[in-house]
Design a protein around this ligand. Structure first.
Ligand code: ATP
Ligand code: LTN
Length: 341
């Protein structure tokens, strides 16, 4: 017999989250979610829907509610397993907002203002440059630090936020002594940045208005095929990885992620063939990869009671783990506890 309890204690902690800000894309899946699933067998994984982050951009209430429900079911369908991992909705666990306020007070205005995502989103929504957009990173730091996470699987666009999380943790630990684990990013070698199919110099994004630019994990096979066939490439008509070939590089990256093939194998497979054949093959491989996820998603969406039970249990576990860290941090700062502990 093995000793599972001892092993559990030594397992590293993984934390990650995704916003329910729209329809989950192939970029989210290949950049982050695929890793979430793979890590579950060897680590203590804690995953969340970061719905508090989502309201930094104005949301239509019924649509926001629907996106959150759908994202929860979709993540289960992708393979997040509530028996192996803690999987909850951020707004159900009040410690996140509590620690976020505290960490706001350990973040500098200048460093928040310099974040690329803040600058991008402020430019994109000039009529709503709210304080939450600025303090988005300390809330993300709270998410991670509450669970003493060692590793954070994300796409490359989140690297800067992770570095700031490390800075905030080190700053706090420097003042008060060891309180938070300083986390490392876990960024995939392939798929860390899937680009838009219509403008391969920009990342594929949930909130892109152009439906042809991104593949939703739940897109029907015929839509997937159509979008890949229309994907922007170049005029060279040669499937090879190289500079100035952003469109082809992106399609090769996607194909590599879903088939496990290397760039050399892909170049050999399409040697002498045109982009038409290549785009069809990428479309088919992606549609096949996503098919079982779509089927499982439909089953979960028919079972609201099960979903509620899962997120209820997830929130309870998350609350119990995170409260310990929050109490510890508050005690170090000098807050008077409600009763002596
Ligand atoms: P939004 O458009 O609302 O900003 P998003 O599509 O960028 O959303 P997020 O919720 O911000 O998605 O990100 C969820 C996870 O997916 C993060 O780990 C992020 O790094 C990853 N991710 C997002 N877009 C891509 C992409 N194009 N390629 C690879 N990973 C991505
Ligand atoms: N900002 C992240 C979502 C997110 C997150 C987190 C990711 C919120 N909290 C904690 C990792 C860890 C994004 O993907 N845009």
């Amino acid at each position: 017999m093995t000793e599972p309890v001892k092993n559990e204690e030594r397992k590293k902690v993984i934390f990650s989250a995704i916003q329910p800000s729209g329809t989950i894309t192939l970029g989210n899946y290949l950049g982050a979610l695929k890793n979430w699933i793979e890590l579950q067998d060897n680590f203590n994984c804690i995953y969340a829907l970061a719905d508090l982050h989502t309201i930094t951009v104005r949301q239509d209430p019924p649509t926001f509610r629907r996106h959150t429900l759908e994202a929860y079911a979709l993540l289960l369908a992708c393979g997040v397993d509530p028996k192996k991992s803690v999987f909850f909705i951020q707004s159900h666990v009040p410690t996140h907002a509590q620690l976020a306020w505290i960490l706001d007070c350990y973040s500098q205005f200048g460093e928040l203002q310099r974040m690329t995502q803040f600058k991008d989103k402020a430019a994109k929504h000039p009529d709503n440059v709210n304080a939450g957009l600025l303090t988005y990173p300390p809330l993300m730091a709270a998410d991670i630090l509450l669970y003493q996470a060692d590793l954070v699987p994300v796409g490359v666009d989140q690297k800067q936020h992770l570095e700031l999380t490390r800075t905030i943790a080190e700053r706090f630990n420097g003042i008060y002594g060891q309180t938070f684990t300083v986390p490392d990013g876990y960024i995939p070698k392939q798929g860390a940045k899937i680009m838009s199919l219509q403008d391969p110099t920009r990342k594929m994004s949930k909130s892109d208005e152009n439906a042809n630019a991104s593949i939703a994990v739940l897109d029907k096979p015929e839509d997937i095929m159509r979008k890949f066939k229309r994907a922007v490439t170049d005029s060279e008509a040669c499937v090879r990885y190289g500079e100035g070939k952003d469109g082809v590089n992106n399609l090769m990256g996607i194909y590599a992620c879903v088939t496990g093939k290397t760039n050399e194998e892909i170049e050999a497979e399409f040697d002498g063939k045109g982009y038409g054949d290549f785009k069809s093959a990428v479309g088919e491989a992606v549609a096949e990869h996503l098919r079982p996820i779509r089927e499982r998603y439909e089953d979960y969406m028919k079972n609201r009671d099960y979903l509620e039970q899962c997120w209820g249990e997830g929130a309870e576990k998350a609350c119990s783990i995170s409260s310990r860290t929050l109490r510890k941090a508050m005690k170090k700062i000098g807050f008077l506890p409600p009763k002596s502990i």
